[in-house]
Design a binder for this molecule. Structure first.
Ligand SMILES: Cc1cc2nc3c(=O)[nH]c(=O)nc-3n(C[C@H](O)[C@H](O)[C@H](O)COP(=O)(O)OP(=O)(O)OC[C@H]3O[C@@H](n4cnc5c(N)ncnc54)[C@H](O)[C@@H]3O)c2cc1C
Length: 698
């Protein structure tokens, strides 16, 4: 009999953002002005656990919902009780506030231990089930880090379950396809990526839920090792509004105009890839190399920036050439001459900062490679390009860590892409990606070589591996970065820090984050944002074989079936036309999208390739190999036409490098209209035949 602990979180309702939810001065979101709701994927996780209980035929299985948050988070627990939870636990304490994912996973894991011992008394027979990620954090790190703290297997991105021969088989999303897996042992952690069979609350159960007793624990009850802001390994430096998309977002009311812009965009190339991506950090140089030794390159608040500029001005006025000349009497003079507008402690910290000239973290810049069937994932090459840029700024080397059964042959290509050293971990146990075995191998290499920066691709595999590895080696991790830069801190001499910028709250704000209390700075970065370097076969590098003790016991999952796309697709074509779920049927996809591809090819004299959203692939409109996006292929054609595609982030990540994006969608509020260059509001059935005619007539 398995019991279930479901993690639920209260989050701001980002789907209902009103204008007054933004602070007019900073442009950032004021969370208190938004309604609070249960995180949608956690509601799905609750329904998923309920489904698991049902299909296993185990009426006695218990479901406990657990949340960590302020007292008002009680609401999501009552929601859970009203639907399927038998009991609920509220972990609430001021001391737990301000935590990053590391200091969130840690107390949650301690609470899970206490639940299994004191409330469920269930031994090892339980599942921890949670949504894949929350809309406010969007990191997908907490469940994997809980698994690491508890030493459990973790199956991420689950979309379905079947109960066969007295065990569960889970379907999950993987890069390029889907997979059916079973866990080799219990307990286990599951993260649900999609389960849209909502649970409804009956009147009677809602009444009971509103009165039921909650178990409430504080920090002293669970005695977790790392809590709150103090126990965290990352700190937010700055929150700011996202830059406006540089796409034109132009509404066209007739197909004639659309045909014209389509032809122009391919013939004269009137488009430009979105400029909101990562700026290369190449401009950073270490303080020793700067003309002005007092100059620091930092990202700071206006006050910090003003204090620093004032200090430099005074130092220069006093004719000071080096930090060692600044003694107490000089400090007094500076404070006096600034009219004490700089605080004494601030002054001490800034002067401390003058003395430092070497990076606060030491070691190489690493990329953890992803590969399948002997082919390196394109995102690994993008990260190697970025790592080259960061390492050159920090005057260090680039290492690529690659784990697998037979990986040595990929080293040459990685060196040509910018690596100085390839750390190859080869073992037969690593034949297929297993999070537990891989995290042991990669963490072992990191423990030995201690790189100062470690980058992973924010693919399903990278987003699973990175949190486990970072937790294991006690380092902070920032998820899904779209910008990575080296900067100094204006205070205390933290030089050459990796600043990690990422969207949060469903893309409504951007946050810049730094690592603290860690040996390495770690980040996952969105595929398609960093630039791959042109391969240079003449580059020289070395391969270091790293041995790790592994056995079959390190493998946590049994892989039952893997479905990957097969066939030939030329995503290098100038024009790619993709169909989404809005195409309605395979027949429509074939006839309508097929006719448009043919019309474009005839008119433009160029190859036109077919693409699809994940939802279209799941509907069977076309084979998986045509999928565009985070778990499909990232493309960068001259022209991308999206037909009946809503514009989900996982899809749009894959088309970020496209010059011109055109969308046809029947919903006037489709999110894709805010991320494309030209759009028409209309059904694909009506619009495509007219467009084909208009193209002929042009
Ligand atoms: C871990 C993970 C990885 C993922 N990876 C990917 C990925 O690589 N690629 C990807 O695409 N998705 C991916 N997804 C899924 C993604 O979140 C979306 O669910 C998916 O992109 C939606 O596809 P869609 O736009 O075709 O369908 P929907 O979101 O259902 O949108 C259909 C659209 O069609 C419109 N429409 C309906 N009828 C018509 C009509 N007659 N004419 C015109 N328009 C019409 C609707 O207005 C709607 O906007 C991933 C999800 C997860 C959790």
């Amino acid at each position: 009999m398995s019991d279930y602990i479901v993690l639920v979180k209260q989050v701001p309702d980002v789907s209902q953002i009103t204008d007054n939810a933004f602070d007019p001065e900073t442009g950032t979101l004021v969370r208190a002005r938004l309604a609070s709701v249960i995180n949608e994927l956690d509601a799905q996780a609750l329904a998923f656990a309920n489904m698991m209980k049902k299909i296993s035929g185990d009426d006695k299985a218990r479901i406990i919902a657990l949340t960590m948050g302020p007292p008002m988070a009680e609401e999501v627990l009552r929601y859970s009780l009203a639907r399927s939870a038998d009991q609920v636990v509220l972990l609430t304490d001021r001391a737990l506030g301000g935590a990053d994912t590391w200091a969130t996973a840690n107390p949650l894991a301690y609470a899970i231990r206490k639940i299994t011992k004191e409330l469920l008394k269930c031994g090892d027979d339980y599942f921890v089930v949670s949504g894949m990620q929350s809309v406010d954090g969007d990191t997908a790190q907490v469940p994997a880090q809980i698994a690491e703290e508890l030493g459990l297997p973790c199956i991420a991105y689950v979309t379905g379950a079947e109960y066969k021969k007295k065990r569960f088989e889970f379907t999950r999303i993987i890069s390029g396809g889907s997979q059916t897996v079973a866990t080799k042992k219990l307990p286990a952690v599951l993260t649900v990526a999609k389960y849209e069979h909502t649970l409804f609350a009956t009147f009677g159960r809602t009444r009971w839920a509103n009165k039921a007793d909650l178990v409430q624990w504080g920090a002293d009850d669970i005695k977790a090792a790392h809590i709150g802001a103090k126990g965290s390994k990352t700190a937010v430096i700055r929150v700011f509004p996202p830059g406006k998309s540089t796409r034109k977002c132009q509404h066209l009311s007739d197909v004639k105009s659309l045909a014209k812009v389509i032809i122009d965009s391919v013939k004269s190339g009137n488009g430009q890839a979105d400029q909101n991506g990562d700026a290369q950090a190449g401009s950073y140089v270490l303080p020793d190399k700067r003309k002005d030794k007092f100059q620091r390159m930092f990202e700071a608040t206006q006050k910090e920036q003003d204090d620093y500029n004032l200090l430099i001005e005074k130092v220069k006025e006093l004719g000071i050439k080096s930090a060692v000349q600044i003694d107490d009497s000089v400090k007094e003079k500076i404070l006096e001459s600034t009219g004490n507008s700089i605080h004494k402690k601030t002054l001490d910290d800034m002067i401390e900062g003058f003395k430092a000239t070497r990076p606060a973290f030491k070691g190489e810049v690493w990329v953890v490679a992803e590969h399948s069937d002997g082919v390196v994932h394109p995102a690994t090459f993008e990260l190697t390009g970025k790592a080259r840029d960061l390492a050159d700024s920090l005057e260090t080397k680039v290492g690529v860590c690659i784990a697998g059964d037979n990986v040595g042959h990929m080293a040459e290509e990685l060196i040509a892409a910018g690596a100085d050293t390839v750390y190859a971990i080869e073992h037969k146990v690593l034949k297929q990606f297993d999070p537990t075995a891989y995290r042991k191998a990669v963490a072992d290499a990191i423990d030995k070589y201690v790189p100062q920066i470690v980058l992973y691709a924010a693919t399903p595999q990278g987003r699973m591996l990175a949190p486990m590895v970072s937790y294991r080696v006690h380092s902070g991790l920032t998820a899904d970065c779209t910008g990575l830069d080296i900067r100094d801190s204006s205070r205390k001499g933290d030089i050459g820090l990796l600043l990690q910028t990422r969207p949060a709250l469903g893309g409504n704000v951007m946050a810049t984050i730094r690592t603290k209390n860690s040996k390495s700075q770690m980040a996952t970065a969105r595929p398609g944002v960093m630039k791959r370097l042109p391969p240079d076969p003449s580059r020289k590098g070395k391969v270091v074989k790293h041995q790790v003790e592994l056995s079959e016991d390190d493998v946590s999952l049994e892989i039952i079936q893997t479905e990957l796309g097969s066939g030939e697709v030329n995503f290098g074509a100038d024009v790619i036309v993709s169909g989404g779920k809005g195409m309605q049927s395979r027949d429509n996809y074939e006839s309508l999208l097929g006719a448009l591809c043919e019309g474009l090819s005839n008119k433009l004299g160029t190859q036109v390739e077919r693409g699809a959203s994940r939802a279209a692939v799941e509907q069977g409109f076309i084979e998986r190999v045509h999928q565009v996006g985070q778990t499909g292929t990232a493309i960068g054609p001259k022209l991308y036409i999206a037909l009946g595609i809503s514009g989900a982030i996982q899809h749009m990540i894959g088309v970020a490098n496209t010059e011109t994006i055109v969308a046809i969608n029947s919903d006037p509020n489709a999110p894709i209209f805010k991320q494309c260059d030209y759009y028409i509001v209309g059904t694909v059935e009506d619009t495509i035949p007219q467009l084909v005619q208009a193209l002929k007539a042009e």
